[in-house]
Design a protein around this ligand. Sequence first.
Ligand SMILES: NC(=O)c1ccc[n+]([C@@H]2O[C@H](COP(=O)([O-])OP(=O)(O)OC[C@H]3O[C@@H](n4cnc5c(N)ncnc54)[C@H](OP(=O)(O)O)[C@@H]3O)[C@@H](O)[C@H]2O)c1
Length: 258
Amino acid sequence: MSETNLQAGRVAMITGASAGIGRALAIRLAREGWQVALCARREEALRAVADEHPDLAGRLHAYPLDVTDVAESMAVFRAVEEELGEIDTLILNAGDYDPMPLDDFDPALFRRLAEVNYLGAVNGVGAALGPMRERRRGQILVTASLSAYRGLPQAAPYGASKAAVLNMAESLRPALDGTGVTLRVINPGFVKTRLTEKNRFHMPQLITPEEAAGYIHREIDAGGFEIIFPKRFAWTLKLLRLLPYRLYFALTRRMVQA
Ligand SMILES: NC(=O)c1ccc[n+]([C@@H]2O[C@H](COP(=O)([O-])OP(=O)(O)OC[C@H]3O[C@@H](n4cnc5c(N)ncnc54)[C@H](OP(=O)(O)O)[C@@H]3O)[C@@H](O)[C@H]2O)c1
C-alpha cells in the first residue's frame, strides 16, 4: 500500500497553523490525504490556507482557537472529533517569540511567552489526554525548540518557556508508556518565519517552513521521543549541552558581546 493510502483518512489537529511551520505541515499532511484541523487565533488567515489550496478542498478545516484559553482548547478538541473524526495526531505548535536584551528585562514578556508557548501546550495536552487514554490510542507532538536545551543570550523568556515544554514532555512520557498514547517533542533549529525575522544575528543553517514540515512529516510515525532538525545544527547543540558551565559561558559570553 502506498504511503498516501496508509495516511488517507487520518485526522490531525495542528495549533499555530495559520503561518510558518504549522501552516506548511498542514498542507503537507493534507496532500498525503489527512483531514487537518487548522487552529490559530486569526480565522481569516486559517481560511486563506484552505482557499489558496483548492486542490486540497475538503481536507483543510479552520478552527479558530486561542491556545491560552483552557475551556476553548477543550471545546475545539471536542468539536474537531465530532466533525472530522477521532484525532490521530495532535500537534501543539502555536508559539510566539521576542528577543530580550538585558537592558529591556520585562516580566510581562516572560508571562506572555509562558502563557502561549508553555501553558498553551499544557492546555492542548490536557484537552487530548482524557479522550486518547480512554480509547488507548493517539499521539501528541509538542513543539519546543533546540533553544530549550540550554540558556542562550537574549532568549531568556522564550528559552525558559520552551525548556518548560521539553521538561513537561520528559516528565509525562514514561507515565504514558503502555497507555496507547504517545507524547513526543519537536525541537526545530532556525526556520525562516515571522518569529526569526525578529533576529538581528546570523542564524546558522536557517531552513524554510516547508523543509521543517518535511522533517516532521518524515518522522511522524517514528515513535521516537524527539524530532530534531536540521540534523547537523541539532547535534552541535546536543554536544554544547554536555559542556561544563565554565566552557559554556565562555562561548555564550562571546555571543552577548557580538
Ligand atoms: N521559526 C523558528 O526558527 C523556530 C525554532 C524553534 C521552534 N519554533 C517553534 O515553532 C512553532 C511555530 O513557529 P513559527 O516559526 O512557524 O512561527 P509563526 O510563523 O509566527 O507561527 C506561529 C503560529 O502560532 C499561532 N499562535 C500564536 N499565538 C497563538 C495563540 N495564543 N493561540 C493560537 N495560536 C497562536 C500563530 O497564529 P495566530 O497569530 O493567527 O494566532 C501562528 O499560526 C512555535 O512554537 C515556535 O516557538 C520555531
